[in-house]
Design a binder for this molecule. Structure first.
Ligand SMILES: Nc1ncnc2c1ncn2[C@@H]1O[C@H](COP(=O)(O)OP(=O)(O)O)[C@@H](O)[C@H]1O
Ligand SMILES: [Mg+2]
Length: 425
């Protein structure tokens, strides 16, 4: 089956046709091509929708082998959670699981992540395929019913009654955990639901970890823990939207996967130094080395080993250059045995992934930091997190039991490294 669609990107609050994508799927074989439109290329404000795999230019481009879609386009499609919803809808209405093209194109909701949208012709954004999910908004008062749907959506269980209501708000966001878009005071927010099988209060702990990251000098997304039914949920203000003339505007967003031209399955092939290099190539000017370093150190200190490519995002600024988005998805990964390894190497690829303060300091020079500076930041942040993580998580609603559960993840916090390190007992 071959599907053609026009890719639109919002520029200054208007959906502009950028080019045409063609997706061919035939069993396990897939192929994806894209060409920018001539009119788009003539615009002064034209930007590449993917600075690595789809640079601006007139050529017809083909996605590299093993990539069902170009990375920058794939960023506009959902991950595990949204795919699960779309699959259930496809099974319900078409009697078969959804295809890659459907995962990308099915949503007609205004909630899609970033600034890309799709249409059948360059005239307007709109449905491309028979399977489609129409726009619906979710408000705070709907969240209990939404949470109920999340709880009931186990494999092979009958579809919950309000399934259709929450398809649109639920499908457009990435990540594996159940989430949706909720409109608060006319502005879209992302809500991450708790699950009955969670081993600790995810909302409270995640909010607290982001608080610590903010204290560490990292811009983080605005957040709130709210009560939904018998559980807490985390509400995050969407940073890929902004107030503008004529209402809420979309900001184009790419993942670090796109920035690095990497493949989903590239575990262990990239390091924080690659992120730094990618930022130097494609980001606005700034001290990216220290920004990346602080994020890496906080992942070590909070024991967050889920620092994969999609947990770093970049937002388009003017002039076609990017900036790191506010930080999100920092949570302690529960693990009792063995070394704790980050997803990315600390420093260059091959430098090692073990989450220790020593490895973090050693990575400093590959991020442009002098060794003394790297050591100082590590010791300062370690002291801060060691002294404050319990009270910070507690103030977001974590219980003593939650703190016990995650304590092992904070085992590096409070330790000192380097010449003035106090010897360990
Ligand atoms: N505040 C936000 N605004 C806009 N997009 C966000 C925000 N927070 C996260 N995202 C996007 O949603 C995706 C899923 O969020 P994340 O917190 O990583 O969930 P999960 O825990 O399921 O991985 C992210 O990969 C990112 O693309
Ligand atoms: Mg995530």
């Amino acid at each position: 089956m071959q599907v053609n669609a026009i890719v639109f990107i919002d520029i200054g609050g208007t959906a502009v046709p950028a080019g045409q994508i063609s997706i061919t799927e035939d069993g396990r074989y897939s192929r994806c091509e894209f060409a920018y439109g001539r009119r788009y290329l003539q615009r002064k404000d034209a930007v590449a929708i993917d600075p690595v795999q789809l640079p601006l230019g007139p050529a017809l481009m083909e996605a590299p082998e093993g990539f069902p879609l170009f990375n920058g386009v794939r960023d506009a499609a959902p991950d595990a959670w949204g795919r699960k919803l779309i699959d259930r809808e496809s099974l319900r209405s078409q009697g078969r699981p959804a295809t890659e093209a459907e995962f990308l194109l099915v949503s007609q909701s205004g909630n899609r992540i970033g600034a890309l949208r799709f249409g059948p012709t360059p005239v307007a954004v709109g449905p491309v395929l028979p399977l489609q999910i129409d726009d619906r908004l979710t408000h705070l008062g709907d969240l209990e019913a939404f949470q109920d749907l999340v709880d009931r959506l186990e494999p092979d269980r009958p579809l919950p009654p309000r399934f259709i209501d929450f398809l649109a708000p639920g499908t457009d966001l990435g990540g594996a955990r159940p989430k949706g878009t909720v409109t608060i005071d006319g502005f879209p927010h992302l809500v991450k639901f708790g699950l009955s099988r969670d081993r600790y209060n995810m909302a409270a702990v995640e909010a607290g970890c982001l608080d610590l990251c903010e204290m560490a000098g990292i811009p983080t997304c605005a957040r709130q823990v709210i009560r939904v039914g018998d559980r807490d949920a985390l509400v995050l203000r969407r940073f890929d939207r902004e107030e503008g003339e004529g209402g809420v505007r979309r900001r184009h967003m790419i993942s670090a996967l796109t920035l690095l031209g990497a493949h989903e399955s590239d575990r262990g092939l990239s390091g924080y130094a690659d992120l730094y290099d990618g930022l130097r190539r494609h980001a606005v000017s700034g001290d990216h080395g220290e920004a990346v370093f602080r994020r890496m150190v906080m992942n070590v200190l909070c024991g967050n080993t889920d620092d994969h490519y999609r947990n770093t995002a970049l937002l388009l600024t003017e002039r076609g250059r990017y900036e790191l988005s506010p930080l999100y998805d920092v949570t302690p990964t529960l693990q009792s045995l063995g070394a704790r390894n980050l997803f990315l190497h600390l420093g260059r690829a091959g430098a090692g992934r073990e989450a220790t303060l020593e490895n973090a300091v050693a990575a400093g020079p590959s991020l442009g930091l002098r060794p003394e500076r790297a050591e100082r930041i590590v010791n300062d942040l370690s002291e801060m997190v060691g002294a404050r993580w319990r009270e910070t998580l507690r103030s977001r609603g974590a219980s003593e039991q939650d703190l016990e559960m995650v304590a092992n993840s904070f085992s590096e916090a409070g330790r000192r490294v380097g010449a003035d390190a106090t010897p360990e007992p």
